[in-house]
Design a protein around this ligand. Sequence first.
Ligand code: IPM
Ligand code: MG
Length: 362
Amino acid sequence: MKFDIAVLPGDGIGPEIINQAVNVLKKIAEIYGHEFNMREGLMGGCSIDECGEPLPGETLKLCKSSDAVLLGAVGGPKWDSLPGDKRPEAGLLGLRAGLELFANLRPAVIYTALKDASPLRADIVKDGIDIMVVRELTGGIYFGKRGRVNGGPMGESAFDTEVYSVAEVERIARVAFEIAMKRRKVVTSVDKANVLESSRLWREVVIRVSGEYPEVSLNHMYVDNAAMQLIRNPEQFDVIVTTNIFGDILSDEASMITGSIGMLPSASLGKGKPGLYEPIHGSAPDIAGQNKANPIAAILSAAMMLRYSFGLETEAASIESAVVNVLNKGYRTADIASKGAKVVGTYEMGQLVADEVESLNS
Ligand code: IPM
Ligand code: MG
């Protein structure tokens, strides 16, 4: 099969890790006889340096005309003092909005080989953690009205607005229930309905949509309690569905309790538009260009792309097995290394996975 992939390496460690993901994709193409036409674009700080804006029209066009987008990471201290709408992050938000990627899937799983890496006690982790955070990605306070107001008795003030429509909640709720149907069939909807009107609407709509999925059991949790429960008893969660900002926060927490934020991929999906795949971690400017970063989250993001955008389940599973095998052989990048591990660099880890994909299929 033939697919067009827009590749946006971005900033910091982005280019190094994306290189390794691209190599693994090339290996898959070779073994399974696919054609992946990969075209690079500028987005983020590198794009600001090159052409003065974080998301050039050309890049958005490239993405829109592709079957999927593979992204590294954006941002860094160099661009931190720019105004909000000129920052690298604005490029990412523009891309999410431009491609209408309203559903962000962030799996948090513990790999058996890494189970000691969790900062939680073994009696809390028990048999592992396997949570799918479904975060609404194109609405809420990220995209609501914002601004500054001068004057008033307390001086200058600033505001951001949390807004959700019924249609927005319905579509993200459906994504969560559909995913739950393929998992343990439990959805936890996280809101702040004891305080926020937008959360009360959120909860009403989620309850209504749940009527279409009688097999799935639905429960509700306030976000403060959810933050606490993730640490107290992570095993209770299967699918978490929540708003843009709560999902931003809880997905970082969920990934950290697995001990392996450098391992976790994500998918952002819309309706009939190209999906976007990126690691959960950031651009890690402190280790950029040093061959130290863990490329596994980027490689697993490529696997998610094969599964969700191209329907290539066998190929996706083959990448995932290759990663598990390489870990089981004791290879680690520095971020996940414990005593006695065989510590390798970004490039070597990428090669190990690509070689393992090859030997799994020969
Ligand atoms: C994320 C990031 C982004 C977000 C930033 C970089 C704008 O934290 O993808 O979780 O807040 O959505
Ligand atoms: Mg975040």
